[in-house]
Design a protein around this ligand. Structure first.
Ligand SMILES: [Zn+2]
Ligand SMILES: [Zn+2]
Length: 294
């Protein structure tokens, strides 16, 4: 991961961000997005004339000036006309979903699962600014912390918000299996870390994205549970792993049904066992962090 000395905000970045702070330019991008939606076609191209008509602007020269400020970064110019670039569609989606605004507070919701620390079945999900936190009310330990956007919270009941977070975490876990950053799709670097929590040692896989600096940590047992062999093993024993939330799966860790034995952190060597209905699936993690059933 680059340290802060490696980052300099050059003029190109300032110009790119600065070119967005204008009503006409945002309206141009929204008009292109609207055309994509109407025609159900990604990168749908609009002619100069159609785009000009779709935007409320005084003159073609003014329109042309604003469009030029977007071309090359947020809008692409082709023979067929103008369409949103990947960066342009990211900006439009951020505007439409209100991702720069905070999520409304949903209060406190009781959730299923048991605490990995004190084993009490007293978990609640609460909101801490823009974070969704699942914590144990018995010992006050936080179990899971996840980001929460306004669009995730909108049009969902509190319990649906919590469930949706469960699915989002699995989405990230699947991407991390392939070293893909869930935020920017860059290649993440993953290491095994040993943490002392409440007197017991736990092992977490820490993935860091050198591109966008996102850091995500997942318990080793949970990463192993995402091996297709483990998902299938769960299914054969009547459990649909992907439909459980992270804190519900942690219950298998608490009960010992899903257990990791780490022989060495660096180089990595570990065995993970999943025991259901007295049948055991054994997985090995090697020094490249690859998990394989044995
Ligand atoms: Zn607890
Ligand atoms: Zn990233």
């Amino acid at each position: 991961m680059p340290d802060s000395n490696d980052v300099h905000v050059d003029q190109e970045v300032i110009d790119a961000i600065g070119s967005l702070g204008n009503r006409t330019r945002l309206e141009i991008m929204l008009a292109l997005a609207e055309a994509e939606r109407e025609h159900r076609t990604q990168s749908y191209a609009m002619s100069f004339t159609d785009l000009y008509r779709a935007v409320d602007v005084d003159s073609t020269s003014q329109f042309s000036y604003h469009l030029t400020r977007l071309v090359g970064r947020f809008v692409a110019e082709t023979e067929d006309g103008y369409h949103l670039t990947y960066a342009g569609s990211k900006v439009v989606r951020a505007v439409l979903s209100g991702s720069y605004e905070s999520a409304p507070d949903f209060g406190t919701v009781e959730v299923a699962g048991v605490c990995v620390f004190c084993e009490a079945a007293s978990l609640v999900a609460t909101q801490d600014d823009d974070l969704l936190v699942v914590r144990c009310t018995a010992c006050d330990s936080p179990l899971v912390t996840d980001s929460l956007s306004r669009s995730q919270a909108r049009n969902r009941t509190p319990s649906e918000i919590v469930t949706s977070s469960g699915y989002r975490i699995w989405g990230s876990a699947v991407q991390l299996r392939g070293d893909v950053c869930p935020e920017c799709h860059g290649r993440v670097d993953t290491v095994l870390e040993e943490h002392e929590l409440d007197g017991r040692s736990t092992h977490l896989l820490a993935s860091t994205c050198p591109e966008c600096w996102l850091v995500l940590r997942l318990p080793l047992e949970i990463a192993a549970a995402f091996h297709p062999a483990a998902i299938g093993f769960f299914w054969d024993h009547g459990v649909s792993l992907l439909d459980l939330t992270l804190w519900e799966v942690l219950e298998y860790v608490t009960s010992g049904a899903l257990a990791a034995e780490v022989e060495s952190v660096d180089p990595t060597a570990a065995t993970i066992e999943l025991t259901l209905d007295e049948e055991t699936l054994r997985l090995r993690m090697d020094e490249t962090l690859t998990i394989t059933p044995t």
